[in-house]
Design a protein around this ligand. Structure first.
Ligand code: G3I
Length: 408
């Protein structure tokens, strides 16, 4: 016969467990907790709550408060993603792992699947951390994105070098590209949802960037990359990815030329990515709206693939040993509230435009989990994302959540 206390514990157990669990990291949730342990917790929690040192409804500082999840708010079928680093895909950054798996349904690799990270020497591939990245996504039921197969940056010099140290010839460079794509895309066949096949092949005036790929192979290196990627995994989505497509109409026209050329060659391209490394005042919502409309008119879907909003003034790094100009790093002591509000408005306005184009778009990915993780710090204090350095949601998160919740 259950004693009164046991009955009380059972009721309390089920009620409070649900409430407390929102603030409890996943790894704790997996723990099997006996009623005795739970009772001990409850008395400890009650004592803490009574002392005012802990409020069970507010997340402790080392756990992200997550009242709502973006992945539950975006339009059906949309991917809402985040770029993660190796500390996160290896599970070492537990707080970020909680946030990532709670908030997002897609991941991108900030650096792990780049040529340099994967294929440092002609006959050596490195897949350990990369396999863990892919497994991280699949284990959490997320869409796993591949970034990026062919790029002019973070690619080892041997890829483009001839034995005499000059530029490798077309056949040699094509074969190196084919082997790389066949090996990498082949390894993750059926696991990676889609690949940024070619990244940043354009200058801001819409002409093709004079990269070693183009010098060695020719203008059709882009088409060859898409051809090799489709051969390696006919089921994977294939993307062209670039930046400033929303702020440089000539560059956008260049991207549209690339898409149409691939389509004319009968090659698969599923979507085009505008990276979205934006600022408070640029692009405007009209520019974002026009960009999505023009890119969608080619027939491919549109994605925002590396979203962040840079709040710092452009500034060259200080000379070695020289201090940085204070004006170049204005927010070392925190972000003023008016800038916090401006950032929230900027993100909310952008998401309103994305929702207007919900049938034209397939994905929005943030380039980093929280402010402290962002590439935009580079020795300064930047605040470009929706979560702060304590992994707590910022006003920008709340405003984006409101816009998504309000969607008709
Ligand atoms: O891994 C080395 C480490 O061993 C070394 O100790 C350290 C010190 O220099 O460097 C580490 O490599 C850094 C790498 O990030 C990993 O952290 C590189 O120096 C650094 O240049 C690299 O920066 C990445 C950058 O791409 C390189 O271009 C950023 O994290 C990453 O956010 C950024 O992402 C790009 C997208 O791929 C394409 N679009 C633009 C975007 C921002 O630049």
């Amino acid at each position: 016969m259950l004693s009164q206390m046991q009955r009380a514990l059972r009721i309390v157990h089920s009620g409070w467990k649900a409430r407390i669990l929102t603030t409890v990291p996943e790894r704790v949730k997996q723990m099997r907790v006996s009623r005795r342990v739970f009772a001990r917790w409850m008395s400890a929690a009650a004592a803490l709550a009574a002392s005012g040192r802990w409020n069970p409804l507010v997340a402790p500082p080392n756990v992200a408060a997550q009242p709502v999840a973006l992945k539950d708010l975006v339009p059906k079928g949309w991917l809402i993603g985040v770029a993660i680093n190796q500390n996160q895909s290896d599970g070492r950054d537990g707080v970020a792992v909680d946030l990532v798996t709670r908030q997002f349904n897609a991941i991108s690799p900030e650096n792990l699947l780049k040529f340099q990270s994967l294929h440092p020497e002609p006959d050596r591939f490195t897949f350990d951390a990369q396999d863990r990245y892919v497994a991280f996504g699949l284990d959490h039921g997320m869409a796993v994105i591949g970034h990026t197969l062919v790029w002019h940056s973070q690619t080892p010099a041997w890829v483009w070098a001839a034995t005499d140290g000059g530029l490798a010839d077309r056949a040699t460079m094509l074969e190196r590209m084919r082997v790389h794509i066949a090996t990498v895309v082949g390894r993750y066949k059926g696991k990676i949802r889609g690949w940024d096949v070619v990244n940043e092949a354009l200058n801001d005036d819409g002409t093709l960037r004079d990269s070693p790929w183009r010098r060695g192979i020719g203008d059709d290196y882009i088409a060859k990359a898409f051809e090799f990627a489709r051969e390696a995994d006919p089921g994977a989505e294939l993307y062209y990815n670039d930046y400033n497509l929303a702020t440089r109409p000539a560059k956008r026209a260049g991207a549209i030329r690339i898409i149409k050329e691939l389509q004319q060659r009968g090659l698969r391209i599923d979507a085009v990515g505008e990276q979205g490394h934006w600022r408070l005042e640029s692009p405007t919502t009209t520019e974002i709206d026009q960009t999505i409309t023009e890119l969608r008119a080619t027939g491919v879907k549109v994605m925002i693939t590396e979203l962040d909003v840079n709040l710092l003034p452009p500034a060259a790094p200080p000379a070695p040993g020289q201090p940085r100009e204070p004006a170049a790093n204005p927010y070392v002591d925190g972000l003023p509230d008016d800038v916090q509000q401006a950032l929230a408005r900027c993100y909310a306005n952008a998401f309103r435009v994305f929702l207007k184009h919900r049938d034209d778009m397939t994905r929005v990915t943030f380039w980093g989990v929280s402010d402290g993780d962002s590439w935009l710090n580079r020795g300064r204090m930047n605040y470009p994302l929706l979560w702060d350095r304590q992994r707590q949601p910022k006003t920008a998160f709340e405003e984006v959540a409101k816009v998504l919740m309000a969607k008709s």
